[in-house]
Design a protein around this ligand. Sequence first.
Ligand SMILES: Cc1cc2nc3c(=O)[nH]c(=O)nc-3n(C[C@H](O)[C@H](O)[C@H](O)COP(=O)(O)OP(=O)(O)OC[C@H]3O[C@@H](n4cnc5c(N)ncnc54)[C@H](O)[C@@H]3O)c2cc1C
Length: 403
Amino acid sequence: MVSFELTPEQQALQQLARDFTNQHIKPWAAEGDRIPDPRRSFNWDIIRRGSELGLRTLAIPQEMGGGGADILTLCLVGEELAAGDLGIAVAFDQTWKYSYIIAEGMSGEQRARWLPRFMGDHECLLAIGFTEPGHGSDSFGLEYGPRIGMQIDARPEGGEWALNGMKHFISNGGLAKIYFICTRTDKTVGIDKGCTTFVVAAGHPGFTIGEIHDKMGQRNVQNAELVFQNCRVPDRDRLTPVGEGLKFQLDLAKASHVEAAATVLGPARRAYEECLEYAKNRVQGGKPIIEHQAVQLMLAEMNMLVEASRNYIWRAAIRNEYEKPFEPHYSMLTKVFVSEAAFRVCTLGMEIWGGMGYMKEAPMEKLLRDAASFLHSDGTNQVHRLKAAQLFGGLAAKYGAAH
Ligand SMILES: Cc1cc2nc3c(=O)[nH]c(=O)nc-3n(C[C@H](O)[C@H](O)[C@H](O)COP(=O)(O)OP(=O)(O)OC[C@H]3O[C@@H](n4cnc5c(N)ncnc54)[C@H](O)[C@@H]3O)c2cc1C
């Protein structure tokens, strides 16, 4: 039998996240969003409080001291946090997505060094670096070739690796204390065979933070340039066999696109809830606007898109966690569907609020700016469509895909 019933533990965590959001995130989100300098808007107090409740380490298995949440549970919590603020939800979610690397992707020796650093510090967030100024979509493996995909250089030198180059747009950049960096160790082949991934701590010699990007939405989390200048990383912090960095990250990305979808569902749900309330109270033409059929049509579409998105996310979460084989195209298309649905929902939301929808004193314009971010973040929707078709169409081998 197929059941959509959540376990008591899932319901409790969902409620905890909802209460936390109402108490700490919602009251502050709009204020943080209006801070002009992107280096000053991050709210560490929320991260610390959330971490004390166990939210930061939710994806780490219980036997390692974490919350042991499965992908569906992370999606439930992510939606709740993002209904308060998408930026804050992303700060937590990037950390959940890649704490899998610490829990499952590290050797025992590496885990013994990095897990305590992560677990023992309420401000320890994680970040992942794929994208570079000259290589964005290219790193998603639609085509493979020596000049296609990330080029940040990692060369072996006396038991160490010298990293030179730059990443940009990185979520949690400048906030995170632990970074996973995918580098190019062989430029004569494609990224499917020529990449290697390392773990690097914030402040490691040769690793600095460049510009903090000034963004349209998701303003309550930082995105930054990561700059590597002869950054010497010991070989013991190499996370993958040489040349297999991409496959490693794709394997661990089981949760990534689905959780991204769950977070962007947050602003969409919030837009729907705000609109329903507003439509009951705003009077035009002698009656609440909810009694106008044009407004009913928009509310019905919003409701439908939010529900369809949530069902898609839950299905993808269960499928990725419990069903074999793992098929990445399913999560890619989940992210595509939900991010476009969320953008549509927030656009309709602006319509329902009329002129007020455009004003910063009302919630809609922030929700729309936030929702727009996931049309591109986590990979563009066009590239995900094309990659998904390669995968389910059996074309991946022809293009040299890593899986
Ligand atoms: C809010 C936000 C957060 C992000 N966080 C991170 C992060 O934490 N870590 C990280 O590594 N990156 C991150 N990114 C980067 C993100 O993954 C890239 O922006 C994305 O992959 C697109 O790359 P690009 O910006 O270089 O665009 P480009 O690759 O230059 O794409 C430009 C346009 O061309 C299209 N296009 C490109 N190649 C093809 C092709 N082969 N076929 C058809 N169409 C194509 C694209 O779909 C797009 O429409 C983030 C981005 C944003 C906006």
